[in-house]
Design a protein around this ligand. Sequence first.
Ligand code: PLP
Length: 429
Amino acid sequence: MGESVLTASGFARTASGELVCEGVSLEAIAQAVGTPVYVYSSRAIREQYDALDRALAPVPHRLHYSMKANSNLAVLRLLQERGAGLDIVSGGELFRARKAGFSADSIVFSGVGKSVQELREALAAGILMFNVESFFELEQLNEVATGMGVRAPVALRVNPEVRVDTPHHYTRTGERGNKFGIPIDEALDAAQRALALPSIVLRGLDMHIGSQVSHLEPYRDGLERLLDLHAQMRAIGASDMRYLDIGGGFAVTYEDETPMDLDALAAALLPKIEKSGLSLIVEPGRFIVGNAGVLLARVMHRKKSGGKEYIISDAGMNDLVRPSHYDAYHAVEAVHARDTRSVVDVVGPVCESGDFFALDREVDDVEAGDLIVVRTTGAYGYVMSFNYNARPRVAEVLVDGDRFAVATRRENYEDLVRLEPQQLEWRTD
Ligand SMILES: *Cc1c(COP(=O)(O)O)cnc(C)c1O
């Protein structure tokens, strides 16, 4: 490839104006694998992970990547090589984590509704900790663990009831009255209860306040509340507490947002953690992978209708739902730089008006057959994709230096009907 200055995201333009990923041409990937396709930069993922790890280095800490952001096995293996742990939210994620080679004791299990079967699987595997979100779950976990003759390590997920500013209300989880966590004024009771349960070991406290958070205050305020609680819990006999988990949510840049300032975060939190003698756990998802991926698509055609102009791409809302679901901004760019731009809607082929990537946006003047990218789609992109309109799910490609590999093959039509029997087997009762 020609000279190119790598950006933090691993994507950059060459002197001739072509967007490349590390040392690989996106044009070449599109030729080889087809479009639409997610493309991830290994280097960008490693750099984000390492930057966060370095920022937290002054205190004992564990970095548990929240794999719901991007659970591709190749991405997981890359992080495992760096020493990451994982934050999972389902039995399926536990399965994937084990497939990728993570040891069970590097896994914490979050989520507001874990099934008995999921609890059993995680106990059998021997995970590091359950982030428990309710009294009910505490009792249920105790019962399941007792039945299996094991003890369940637990962190109580507390809703710290701090004010959180995120771009969309769907991504706020640490304010009073949402479904996540144990309300803060019930947390001490929950600890009391946990201490009385024979198969529960209380190992820590946990919060997760939301996603795409760029302010320090909610973390700082939340941490103070957790440390207060920790002191109260020790006073009632919780002597095995070791971990303080502040969750994930660190912001990345989609448009002009300030990404989480790691040095400022460290300065605000680490002295308090150090004083407490606890180990810090963080559960970043988006921060690790968000900027490391693009959705590469091809323009099918341009059309004018009702005084508006549309660019119809071969990728749709089923491949990337964030614009439609969260009203999320994603930059759309031509792979080969253009001199002119127009205000258009960039839409997909799906039969829904909500099928768009950009509305009334000034975009490079691309024509039928041109390649475009939807930027910053490494997190909550492929993992949220679905088969609506019987559209096969797209491929994922991992780039490393001047090499690339298919990390998920594109689904074919047979895949679409694989789970449906040709002949129904009718049953009664
Ligand atoms: C989703 C989630 C995360 C990660 O959120 P990001 O915004 O991607 O960092 C961390 N912890 C829990 C419990 C989550 O549900």
